[in-house]
Structures are given as C-alpha cells and as structure tokens.
Design a protein around this ligand. Structure first.
Ligand code: E4P
Length: 327
C-alpha cells in the first residue's frame, strides 16, 4: 500500500476496533473520540444494559481508561478527547476538563466545540501549551475563528470540518474542507485540517486528492478501503458532489476571532446530541447534578463537573475523589 499523505485517524471509542484497524492497515496515525462514540463503547454499553448508570466521576474514569488503551496504538496524530459540554458550559468549565484530560495521555488533543466558549477555552489552552482539536466546524468563518484564536500555539492545532452532517442537509460538505484548505494556504500553517464526519470511500479519496493533513474515518469505511486494496485518487478523480455547493469566502485571517460569524445551526445541534448521549450514560442523580452546573450554590469538582449535594438521594459512603458515585 502507498501510504497517503493524509494522516488517518480512527473515528471511534473502542480500543479493540483501533487494534483491528491497526492490524488491517499496518498503521493508525491517530484517533478521535466524542461523547456519542464513548457511549457506544462495548464496556459502557454493557454497564448501561445491566442497569448500572455512571456517576460523572465514573464516566470520566471510563473515558480515561479507553483513551489510555488507545494512546499507545496510534502514531503522532494523537488521540482527541472531547470535553463534555452543553449550551450553558462556560469556557472555564471546558478548560478545567480539558486540563484534566490532557494529563491522561502524552499524545492528547483536547476537543472543544466551535462556539465562543469553546474558542475561549482553546485560546487559554494553547497559551498553556495544550494541543487542541476544534470540533463541530461547519463553516469557513468558524475555521477562520479557530485560526485567529489559536495563533501563537507551539504545536499545530486541528480544526474538524464535519463533512457528512453537511451532506445530510443537502450541502456539499467537502466544499467546506476545500475552502478551509484554500483559506489556510495564505496563513502561517499553525492550524491543520482534520476532515471529520467521513461517511464514504468517496469522501476519503477526495480528502487524499485535496491533501487534507488529516482525516478521521469510521472503521467500516477503512475496512471498505482495505477490501478494495487501498485505492488512491488518480489525476482523473472527480468527486461527485452530493449537494449544493458552498461558495468560498474571502476572509482576513488576521482579524480577532470575535469578528467572525461563528454561528451554525449544526454546531448547536451537535452539542445537543453529544450532551444527550453523555447524559444517557449517567445515573439520575449524576444527570440532575450535571444539569445544575450553572446553579450558584453548585461547588465545582476538579474536572469542571458539579459536585452533587451529599444530602440528596440514597448513596453509599463515597471516597473523596468519587463525588458522584451512587447506588
Ligand atoms: C470526529 O471528530 C467527529 O466526532 C465525527 O467524525 C463525527 O462523525 P458523525 O457526523 O458521523 O457523527
């Protein structure tokens, strides 16, 4: 196989799957995870099916175990770990979680959403030398904001345009990837494009043709690629756009990030879905406490999660570092 220039990451939440792909391809450059993928991890699914819902701390610990198992299996594109956030989560709360997650493995990238709070958290993170991956990116303006917010980073930052979800609403998702690449060709190279929400072999081949720096791909698409003997696009390759084209915008990357229009309906919906999938794994008390994050009397745990009030609910004696465990 001629190894493509585009680094290949596995988009998943199951170390066994990463190992399988590693054996199939002979390499895996990196891994991306998110709350929905973690909720689908076989061990977590088994816990939930057997009636055990997790505390916030248990959820974090499970997530940590998963990424610690994946970490040594992948190359230098690292493992992206996503903070848990909803529409009310502040930059400081995201950053606290990010700091904890960054300490889990030596090759972590912290995923923050492309929102004002996520960008603030990222700005702070890169100042502290943390690597970031800005997720739920659906527009060139959001990518420009990522560029501006992460300027000065010591290590490359990633931005993840979500191709498949744009296709789903009748647009040509790959246009966003193409437009961001074109825009960044005028920049200083500190942000790398990580094509995400890849759903087909055509998406993957077009990423190769565009020479996106990275692409995160579900195992089943990588298996399909392998079954066809690892094709790469030739000069005749033409991408069959599935939806309406998205025009290129002339943007000035030197502006402060606050000047860009970062609103996108799919970013809002994406956060909502990640939060719902995360909450579905939580015990009722942990879920209630997680929703109360903004309540003034809430004491924050070290990870940016709220500490449940010990007077509520029936609970066993908890170790000090296990603020949310219940029976
Ligand atoms: C990766 O970082 C993303 O979380 C993932 O690619 C989303 O893909 P989906 O749109 O298929 O859920």
């Amino acid at each position: 196989m001629t190894r493509p220039k585009t680094k290949i990451l596995v988009d998943g939440g199951d170390p066994q799957e990463t190992r399988r792909i590693q054996e199939l391809l002979g390499f895996v450059d990196g891994q991306t995870t998110n709350p929905s993928l973690i909720a689908k991890n076989p061990h977590i699914k088994e816990l939930i099916t057997s009636g055990h819902k997790l505390s916030n701390r248990e959820e974090m610990d499970e997530y940590k175990k998963i990424v610690q198992t994946i970490s040594p299996l992948v190359g230098d594109a690292g493992v992206s770990i996503e903070v848990f956030s909803d529409e009310k989560t502040t930059a400081q709360e995201m950053f606290s979680q990010g700091q904890e997650m960054f300490s889990w493995i030596p090759n972590a990238y912290i995923k923050y959403p492309c929102t004002a709070e996520g960008l603030r958290a990222a700005q702070n993170s890169v100042k502290q030398g943390m690597r970031v991956n800005m997720t739920l990116c659906f527009s060139q303006q959001q990518a420009a904001a990522v560029y501006a917010a992460t300027k000065g980073t010591k290590e490359p930052a990633y931005v993840s345009p979500f191709v498949g979800r744009l296709d789903d609403i009748g647009q040509n998702g790959m246009d966003v990837v193409k437009n961001i690449k074109r825009m960044f060709s005028k920049g200083d190279g500190h942000v790398l494009v990580l094509a995400a929400s890849i759903r087909s072999l055509e998406h993957l081949l077009y990423c190769f043709a565009l020479q996106t720096e990275l692409a995160t791909v579900p195992a089943k698409t990588l298996e399909l690629w392998a079954s066809k003997n690892f094709p790469t696009p030739d000069n005749q390759f033409q991408y069959k756009a599935p939806g309406k084209s998205i025009p290129y915008e002339e943007l000035d990357l030197e502006q402060p990030w606050e000047r860009f229009d970062i609103q996108h309906e799919l970013t809002r919906k994406g956060i909502e879905k990640f939060a719902a999938d995360y909450r579905a794994t939580l015990s009722r008390i942990a879920e209630r406490e997680e929703r109360k994050t903004k309540a003034p009397q809430t004491q924050m745990g070290t990870s940016g999660f709220p500490r449940p009030s010990l007077s509520s609910g029936r609970r066993r004696q908890l170790p000090a570092d296990d603020p949310g465990a219940i029976i």
